[in-house]
Design a protein around this ligand. Structure first.
Ligand SMILES: [Mn+2]
Length: 431
């Protein structure tokens, strides 16, 4: 089997047809940037090095609690999910890693799975454990919680699952475990807040104790859902408290949709960076709640401001700063492959724009309290059209100058739909 899902000749021919225009635009942008003492080549190299993981569940069509409308040729198992992920990476060249979710992606033979991911040119990002739904044949139910359940037997079962996830992750070459629990309450008085958090910490300490030396544990908070009155790890406050209690290898993970509307997420990022507790991100966008819309589709400026904090930390050589990036979205009405390509590039765009912020000028305006010019310094970078840099980064790595156009021309979806029957149920979540 060839590890190129899309015929490389198609990509090359397409690139050839738009290369002259790309070179023209790139040269023009290079001239503009030179005026500000910025070397476009340095920025393009950084764009090429940028990487964001694709979640295995993201390549299936998502849904809501009302309905799910399956797309054509959806992947039926982790091997087919990897095939789709390989397409996303082949065209975008910034998504070489995949984040699996267990038990959704469990296989009998992890050596075979690792060999297949190697063959696809993909490696494994964070392992996601799942103790928010019951599995067939499971002895204890998570209806009233998992790691924080009042019954020790349920907690033991949830801990054992996380330990199993670490072992599987080791076989795949991953070095991170992401823990999100749906635990919480639906009625005031249902749960004793402090006792539930104590049980959470006790359970997490047992998982943390087995974490290999070169692993990190990422804690994901979420304000509401599935519990609608309170969740045990509700916000970044509970998150960082747990991470501080557990130790250096425990860090906070920020899913952009898991906050109250209008919360200043970039400031949260700054605080987590300052206390060496920023583990990583789940990127998505939202309008009303945890909508899981495509990254950058609604609030590209917010996404840019988050990257402004990240690039600032990078520029200051902030100690113990190496956050992981992942998309976490629900594609309800689009082809998931197209949405993931587009979203990965939108996140990469925010990164590249943040690299173009004149930091010396910004620091000066901050120190002299020049609010307007400080703001305009950020806007100057945000308003630049960096498409030529992003397209050149893809072109230089054999990706597509226009990935969506090549993808549609390739007929990949039509091809796989012939061998993948429609799935009516769902193993893809909207976490
Ligand atoms: Mn998430």
């Amino acid at each position: 089997m060839n590890n190129s899902r899309i015929n490389q000749t198609l990509i090359d021919e397409h690139n050839e047809s738009c290369l002259a225009h790309l070179r023209e635009d790139y040269e023009h942008l290079a001239t503009q940037l030179t005026r500000c003492d910025v070397d476009i080549e340095t920025i393009t190299e950084k764009a090429q090095a940028f990487e964001i993981a694709v979640p295995s569940w993201g390549v299936g069509t998502g849904g809501t609690r009302f309905a799910r409308f399956p797309g054509e040729g959806e992947p039926r198992n982790i091997f087919e999910k990897l095939e789709d992920c390989a397409v996303i990476n082949q065209l975008s060249r910034c998504t070489a890693s995949v984040s699996p979710h267990f038990p959704w992606d469990t296989v009998d033979d992890f050596t075979e799975l690792k060999a297949f991911s190697d063959h696809c040119g993909l490696h494994w990002d964070s392992i996601n454990s799942n103790t928010f739904q019951d599995q067939p044949g499971q002895p204890h139910s998570y209806k009233f919680g998992s790691l924080t359940h009042t019954d020790a037997a349920v907690r033991d079962q949830a801990i054992a699952h996380n330990l199993q996830c670490i072992q599987w992750g080791q076989q795949l070459g991953s070095r991170r475990l992401t823990v999100w629990v749906g635990d919480g309450s639906n009625h005031p008085g249902q749960q004793h807040f402090q006792r539930a958090f104590e049980r959470y910490l006790d359970s997490m300490k047992r998982i943390y104790a087995t974490l290999p030396d070169d692993w990190e544990m990422h804690i994901e908070h979420k304000m509401f859902e599935p519990a609608f009155y309170s969740t045990v790890i509700q916000d970044w406050g509970s998150n960082i408290l747990a991470a501080l209690e557990l130790g250096d290898k425990a860090k906070s993970l920020v899913d952009l949709g898991h906050h109250a509307p209008n919360v200043n997420i970039e400031m949260i990022i700054s605080r987590l960076i300052q206390f060496k507790k920023l583990g990583g991100f789940h990127f998505n966008d939202s309008k009303y709640g945890d909508d899981d819309l495509d990254s950058g589709s609604l609030h590209p400026y917010q996404q840019f401001l988050i990257f402004n904090e990240l690039v600032d930390a990078e520029a200051r050589n902030q100690e113990d700063f190496n956050p992981s990036y992942m998309l976490d979205q629900s594609h309800n009405v689009t082809d998931p492959i197209e949405s993931l390509i587009n979203s990965a590039i939108e996140v990469q765009r925010s990164y590249v724009k943040a690299l173009l912020v004149d930091r010396a000028a910004l620091n000066g305006y901050q120190d002299s309290n020049d609010a307007l010019l400080a703001s305009n310094t950020l806007k100057a970078a945000f308003n630049l059209d960096v498409n030529p840099i992003l397209a050149m980064a893809r072109y230089r790595q054999s990706g597509a100058i226009d990935p969506l156009q090549v993808y549609r021309q390739s007929g990949y979806r039509q091809q796989v739909s012939k061998v993948r029957p429609e799935i009516t149920g769902s193993s893809s979540g909207i976490v």
